[in-house]
Design a protein around this ligand. Sequence first.
Ligand code: 5GP
Length: 175
Amino acid sequence: MPETPVLERVLFSEEQLAERVAALGREISADYKGKQPLFVGILRGCIMFYADLLRNISVDCTMDFMCLSSYSGTSSTGEVRTMLDLRESIKGRHVVIVEDIVDTGLTLHYLMNNLKTRGAASIEICCLLDKPANRKAEVHPKYVGFSVENEFVIGYGLDYNELYRNLPYIGVFKK
Ligand code: 5GP
């Protein structure tokens, strides 16, 4: 548990997360047989999910990362800044974006438009959590771990002011 009581309730336990992530890994592995996919993790929220998902991928694959951040104060406009870009070209590659949570969809909408100009063979989104109630931009994640209500969640990579990413489970943040 965190040092301070910040959780309203646990939403997904370690066991539930492990089971669902393993199932996603199996599904993606079956879909990408022989395609040598490139898994692009979106830092920093993806870290736990990415590490666990990739351990459940049984096809040859490569890894790369991006770090995106919304311009402070203007995130609702969908203006996103690339803090860290991919190291390798994605030309001709089958790309799977690995993201912690899709909320408004603005971040991934920007990212999809950006990556589409780089000549990938295919681009799909895999997100651990989907919060469809809050959508402002069209995004269609092909692989979704869990759908969640419009509540602020923390843990398993997800932060509140950079804290609580280390929790091994996901919980609802106490306001
Ligand atoms: P979007 O652009 O889809 O609104 O959200 C992008 C980012 O906002 C996510 O990758 C995540 O970092 C953050 N975010 C959205 N909802 C939540 C939430 O419930 N909890 C936390 N910790 N971060 C969130």
